[in-house]
Design a binder for this molecule. Structure first.
Ligand code: IFM
Length: 815
């Protein structure tokens, strides 16, 4: 069943049935002020932090879903049209939820765009269009509502807003510490604006809410007065009655309800604009919380409304947001034989990589705000997909995360940007480190240097988290040294608190094959960077260390694949000899990606992955999933039923590495088969199977051993976004930065004739045209830049001037 379609020209996903299998969301705003909206305008907002800057409340996992949110009700005030007097509905399908089928049904069209969502509705000869977004660089949001009388008779309508304002910045305080948070809140109304304050000393917060475009007919600032006792947002008392009660909040719960009356002639449209912002209505306001980093000062709400709340300004700000996002996704646009790939790569997948970069794992409908901060490994990986689009922002983040590395080389599990003080953070104990965290650094630093061509970045001196400093290259060496200092009895890297897989704890005496391959990969990359930057000694050091790892890697071969690790008691996990968890995906893909194993084993390992783990919805993480503890290794994945998440689920983040690994083996059909297997867009017409949004990646799909096989969960904030982007663009399409230019070395499905791409590279817009007349997967026969033939697969940087055209011919032999 389909619920919507991709409108690539508008860069929108258009939902035509709002009763989607789960809430399908969109993100609004920036790291200053952000928000989430569902297709039914449920959702919440946050200022500077999802966890400690809550503006609009969200009751997670609530029933009904999609509530609370940014709700606008419409009410028929005279019964002159086809509706009875007093009938009411909402500008988004929910919360009122009028019937979607049958005579007089409510019809909805929701356009999720990049940075905005538009809710169109038709009901009872009234068309409404509500646009929600946060203007660039601002700490307030618009809900702009245009109402049109599409009938033949004049209509009198009421419009009511409704949102639950959080009582406290801290989302937990707001939702859980009610003995406190419910008694610090006050909200008043004056001259068209609601003013919500709380009076805690440590975290003073103020919000304002305004209506422009029509006089305020009535208001409520008290949630329970607006809703009425024992009612829900589906039928608020005030809306049913046709008027708010003028309540002002002293304690309990506040809300933002302003009511306007509209009279519309046939065919007439009116726009009213609701604005919700941080700060005071009447004075500038400063966020000077000690925990919030540098103070931020915001203008008075009335000034904001006077400047911004006109129809012309709303349109101009919407255009600016659309342009900003068009600019962010423009640096790589592709045209391939696969329209679903194009919709994803050109619009939604690119957008998702920016959302993970912005919000890490902090705010979604799954992440409530507890994981406020930057998880080390997640953040380092999240940068990979946006370097070409926002190199300056990545550099800033890279600087920050490098200062989250301790002097002994490991990564702090979490870096909180607003509280992080390099040089002063406590050093974790060995048991607290994850063995992979800092090992991701070489990949991302190399990608940054190759994209920008800025080798000098390696010389920049940055402090460590706890004490001391080093240049960036030194930080990379130290990351490798940390793992080399913590090898186990079998010569593999100690697993510590976890490796990439949060649910496998090998501890200080067990060893992780994943982290071992990541170390090998890091040594390879650091060696390359050392050679590129003239550090011969370091290059030799890395080569020697890599060679020294080889015997331990060799012993980890299980016959047809690599083991996952060795427990504290010496047992192999991920071995054919085990009862459960006989084969794991992660070590086998990284065996290939690291380049640390001979081609025969690399191929055999990936063949085993295909035989044992692949399915129609993607590749499971392990097989058979675990039901019993294993001596000497912490398997916290046992908390998951078989086939779920890390316990044999289809972990999409790890699936992205199958694309990379197969492409590195030159097997384009298989790489593409894996790419398609969990491509959200391919489920557009079978959304009831996949359930999650068809326009963004999810963290995982329930695996073959689960009764929920095929259902995707935890969409949006996942490393799947960045690594799948790398997989499809750099390995299937094969366009990747190199120090001396732009490499084009695709690994295509053999059915493709070729493809085209437009790429920004070091400031120049370049067109790439790949022809595949022989229907091969790999093999660059020749590469030309503006008609000049070039040896190899790299278009040299000095030839890539503005408008350059790189033409690549793939083929079986020299032509
Ligand atoms: O690698 C982790 C990630 O850091 C958080 N989500 C789950 C992944 C796999 O366990």
């Amino acid at each position: 069943m389909r619920y919507g379609y991709f409108d690539d020209a508008a860069r929108e996903y258009v939902i035509t049935r709002p009763d989607t299998p789960r809430s399908w969301i969109n993100y609004l705003g920036s790291r200053l002020y952000g928000g989430i909206t569902t297709q039914n305008s449920g959702g919440y907002s946050f200022f500077r932090s999802g966890g400690t800057g809550r503006v609009l409340r969200m009751r997670f996992n609530g029933v009904p879903v999609d509530e609370p949110g940014r709700f606008v009700y419409l009410r028929d005030d005279d019964g002159a049209g086809p509706l009875p007097e007093g009938d009411f509905w909402s500008a988004s399908w929910q919360p009122v939820g009028k019937p979607l089928d049958g005579e007089g049904a409510y019809t909805a069209k929701v356009r999720h765009g990049l940075g905005y969502s538009v809710f169109e509705a038709d009901y009872g000869d009234v068309h409404s269009e509500m646009t929600t977004f946060i203007p660039r660089g601002q700490a307030f949001e618009y809900w702009a509502l245009t109402v049109t009388n599409t009938g033949q008779v004049p209509r009198r309508l009421s419009v009511f807003s409704y949102a639950e304002l959080a009582n406290e910045w801290n989302y937990r305080q707001d939702l859980e510490n009610l003995q406190y948070s419910q008694y610090v809140v006050q909200a008043t109304y004056a001259d068209g604006m609601i003013h919500r304050r709380n009076s805690t000393r440590d975290a003073f917060s103020e919000l304002w809410f305004a209506l422009a475009g029509a006089p305020v007919a009535s208001f409520d600032t008290d949630r329970d007065a607006f809703l009425g006792p024992y009612r829900t947002p589906s039928a608020p008392w005030a809306v049913e009655r046709g008027e708010c009660s003028g309540s002002e909040t002293v304690g309990d719960n506040s809300c933002a309800s302003l009511h306007a009356r509209l009279e519309l002639a046939p065919g007439e449209s009116r726009q009213v604009v609701f604005c919700l912002g941080v700060g005071s209505p009447d004075e500038p306001w400063t966020d000077s919380r000690a925990s919030a980093g540098a103070p931020v000062t915001l203008p008075a709400g009335r000034e904001v409304v006077a400047e911004y709340a006109t129809p012309e300004r709303v349109q101009a700000e919407l255009d600016a947001i659309r342009q900003e996002w068009a600019d962010h996704v423009a640096p790589l646009q592709v045209r391939t034989p696969d329209p679903e790939l194009d919709s994803m790569v050109n619009v939604w997948h690119a957008y998702q990589t920016h959302m993970t970069f912005n919000w890490s794992r902090g705010v979604s409908l799954v992440e409530a705000g507890d994981r406020d901060g930057l998880g080390y490994r997640d953040t380092v990986q999240d940068m990979l997909a946006v370097i070409h689009a926002i190199p300056e922002a990545v550099r800033e983040r890279l600087d920050l995360i490098l200062t989250g590395q301790t002097a002994e080389g490991g990564g702090m599990p979490l870096v909180k940007p607003l509280e992080h003080v390099p040089g002063r953070m406590p050093t974790p104990s060995l048991e607290q480190y994850r063995s992979d965290d800092a090992l991701w650094l070489p990949i991302t630093v190399a990608a940054f240097v190759r994209e920008t061509g800025d080798l000098g970045y390696l010389d920049q001196v940055l402090p460590y988290a706890d004490h001391g400093e080093a240049d960036v290259f030194g930080h990379l060496v130290q990351a490798l040294q940390f793992s080399l200092d913590h090898l186990g009895d079998n010569g593999l890297v100690q697993g510590l608190a976890a490796d990439w897989n949060d649910c496998l704890q090998f501890g200080t005496t067990g060893e992780s094959m994943f982290s071992t391959f990541l170390l090998a990969n890091g040594l390879r990359v650091v060696r390359e960077l050392a050679l590129e930057s003239g550090r011969a000694d370091a290059a030799s050091w890395a080569a020697e260390r890599l060679e020294a790892l080889a015997p331990a890697i060799d012993k980890a071969w299980d016959g047809q694949w690599f083991i996952r690790g060795i427990s504290a008691t010496g047992a192999a996990l991920g071995s054919h000899l085990a009862d459960e968890g006989q084969i794991y995906l992660e070590p086998n893909v990284w065996a290939v990606i690291s380049g640390a194993v001979e081609p025969e084993r690399a191929t055999a390992a990936m063949d085993s992955v295909h035989t044992r783990l692949a399915s129609e919805h993607g590749v499971a993480l392990c097989d058979p999933p675990h039901t019993k503890p294993m001596e000497g290794v912490g398997l916290s994945l046992l908390v998951f039923p078989v086939g779920h998440k890390e316990n044999g689920g289809i972990f999409c983040h790890a699936n992205s590495w199958t694309i990379v690994a197969e492409a590195m083996l030159g097997r384009g059909d298989r790489a593409y088969e894996y790419y398609r297997s969990y491509l959200p867009a391919r489920y557009n017409d079978s959304a009831e199977v996949h359930q999650a949004e068809p326009y963004v990646y999810a963290q995982f799909t329930h695996g073959p051993t689960s009764p929920r096989f095929g259902q995707a969960r935890n969409p949006w904030l996942t490393g799947t976004a960045s690594w799948t982007y790398v997989g499809v663009t750099q390995h299937i399409l094969g366009i990747r930065p190199a120090l001396d230019g732009l490499e084009v070395d695709p690994c295509l499905p053999t059915t493709w004739d070729g493809f085209e791409a437009r790429r920004r590279f070091r400031g120049a817009w370049v067109t790439v045209k790949v022809e595949n007349p022989d229907h091969v997967s790999t093999g660059v026969v020749h590469l030309d830049v503006d008609g000049t033939r070039v040896e190899g697969t790299v278009a040299p940087g000095h030839l890539l001037r503005e408008g350059a055209v790189v033409t690549v011919r793939l083929g079986a032999s020299q032509a």
